[in-house]
Write a protein that binds this ligand. Structure first.
Ligand SMILES: Nc1ncnc2c1ncn2[C@@H]1O[C@H](COP(=O)(O)OP(=O)(O)OP(=O)(O)O)[C@@H](O)[C@H]1O
Ligand SMILES: [Mg+2]
Length: 492
């Protein structure tokens, strides 16, 4: 603490000044001396001083006057008053006026050094404290700056931002949210969510996020239909550092224009598919007339070419039919004629149809039924579900695999599982396989031809029957698709 501590000794007696200089310099202090008060003030104004040792009785300007002045101008510098014997009362008086301590002449060296050391400690501690305070102020300033920056960003964002607390009160929102929700007046303070969000599905999602104790902070995406616009809401739990859910954060984006474009694209694809279908069907008919020899007998080579052409036409027609199915599903016009339907019949027919293909690939096909009741369904469309699931199971399994189809009645629902021992699907790919045109890139299944529409159609048909579909898969072990369909309750 001693080094770099500057002591100013103010005394009219040279012996005292020099005595102090010697003792203190030997301990490492830096010394300045003044023979009277006036000189002391000059030195204080000119250089850094940490401690003042101040004699009281001096000509020109006495110690008490210096003390008063320094308390005014340099209150942070501790002053140790030097007094002769018998003037202790004056010293005490000085301490009341702001002196830090006093020492009596003649000095006892040890006592002297302890007193000066204490003053040095006090001075350094105070300097440290002041440094901390300055840093604190700077941190607060930075924090405020950061806060206002964040506020500016949130307020200027085109997307709506909404933060709720655990009671589902909106505690933060931005102008974009008010604009998207068509709310004229910005609410002040925590506001019940129902005042801002009318969509019950979104509110349910937020409740679900709040209830999830073991939340990993994953976000949930959903679409919200307003009077005119469509929004996408992305909601996530706000998780505290102690890992409890403190509230929710939702970002809302206007996707109306995107939806319109998507619709235009679907309309266009639909129109093209329609236009392609009629001429293709006509070509197919002509080819089949040729193949049947109705236009005269064909030589072997001609027969071969025409039938290869037929195969290509058939796969093109399949693609076109899939595209038209998707368009109808999206327009909600695909599943229309629902009648009580026996699912086991449908599955048996498809299994019989697929059997030769399975055998060709060395795959064993099994099926089981248990406790089934009819389902209110469109039989032709239900066929699409199992056609796609079973043909996928065969396509994406290596030789020697097993495909098992089981249908079980479970109360109000029928659960149909299509299980295979195939290549499987990774966790990352699983959420995407129901998307239109999505195909997993896997070197093991590169030879399988497809367009990635099958599962999109499956999902559409299941949804249209108020059912649900789930998939579980382990790469290189196998995949299980689980379809739930409501059964007709013949009691009711
Ligand atoms: N049982 C399965 N095992 C492993 N991967 C599968 C299975 N079923 C589907 N997939 C993966 O999901 C993707 C999408 O399947 P989907 O049936 O929609 O399309 P596709 O079979 O590629 O073409 P298509 O429209 O002709 O059916 C497939 O490309 C495949 O990668
Ligand atoms: Mg498929």
């Amino acid at each position: 603490m001693v080094e770099n501590t500057h002591v100013l000794v103010v005394d009219d007696e040279e012996v005292v000044r020099e005595g102090c200089r010697r003792v203190l310099t030997s301990k490492g202090y830096e010394i300045a001396t003044a023979e009277n008060g006036k000189r002391a003030l000059e030195i204080l104004a000119a250089q850094k001083i940490d401690i003042i040792l101040l004699d009281l009785k001096m000509p020109v300007m006495g110690g008490e006057e210096v003390l008063l002045k320094t308390r005014d101008i340099y209150p942070e510098i501790p002053v140790v008053v030097i007094t002769g014997h018998g003037t202790v009362d004056t010293a005490v008086e000085c301490m009341k006026k702001g002196a830090y301590d006093f020492i009596t002449k003649p000095f006892q060296i040890d006592q002297f050094l302890i007193t000066v050391g204490r003053a040095a400690d006090k001075r350094h501690l105070e300097l440290k404290a002041r440094q901390f305070e300055a840093e604190n102020i700077r941190n607060l300033y930075d924090l405020n700056l950061e806060k206002s920056r964040l506020k500016t960003i949130i307020n200027r964002m085109a997307n709506g931002v909404m933060v709720t607390n655990r009671n589902l009160e909106v505690v933060l929102h931005n102008p974009a949210l008010m604009r998207l929700m068509e709310i004229a007046e910005r609410p002040k303070g925590p506001t019940p969510i129902s005042k801002i969000i009318k969509d019950t599905a979104l509110i349910d999602t937020l409740k679900q996020l709040l209830g999830d104790e073991e939340s990993e902070g994953e976000s949930i995406s959903q679409e919200i239909q307003l009077k005119k616009n469509i929004l996408r809401a992305l909601s996530a739990p706000a998780i505290d550092p102690d890992r409890t859910v403190a509230g929710t954060v939702t970002v809302l984006e206007d996707i109306t224009a995107f939806k319109q474009l998507d619709q235009m694209k679907s309309d266009f694809v639909n129109m093209v598919a329609h236009e392609l279908r009629s001429p293709l069907v006509a070509i197919r008919q002509i080819n089949s007339v040729l193949l049947e020899g109705l236009a005269g007998p064909l030589e072997e080579k001609q027969q071969d070419f025409v039938s290869r052409g037929m195969n290509k036409i058939d796969s093109l027609l399949n693609l076109i039919n899939d595209l038209l199915d998707i368009a109808k599903l999206e327009a909600g016009k695909f599943v229309q004629h629902q009648v009580p339907t026996d699912i086991s019949n449908i599955i048996e027919e498809i299994v019989a149809l697929m059997e030769p293909r399975a055998q060709e690939q060395g795959i064993v096909l099994n099926h089981f039924f248990e406790n089934l009741k009819p389902v209110q369904a469109d039989p032709k469309k239900i066929e699409e579900i199992f056609n796609n699931l079973i043909s996928n199971a065969i396509n994406y399994s290596p030789e020697g695999g097993r495909v098992t189809i089981s249908a079980k009645g479970l109360g109000e629902y029928m659960e149909i599982r299509v299980e295979d021992t195939g290549v499987g699907i990774t966790k990352e790919e699983l959420p995407k396989i129901f998307d239109k045109f999505y195909r997993v890139k896997n070197p093991k299944t590169r030879q399988v031809i497809g367009t990635g529409l099958g599962l999109a159609i499956v999902k559409g048909v299941v949804d249209a029957h108020q059912g649900s579909i789930q998939v579980e898969s382990v790469p290189d072990v196998g995949t299980t698709f689980k379809v739930l369909l409501p059964m007709i309750d013949n009691k009711g």
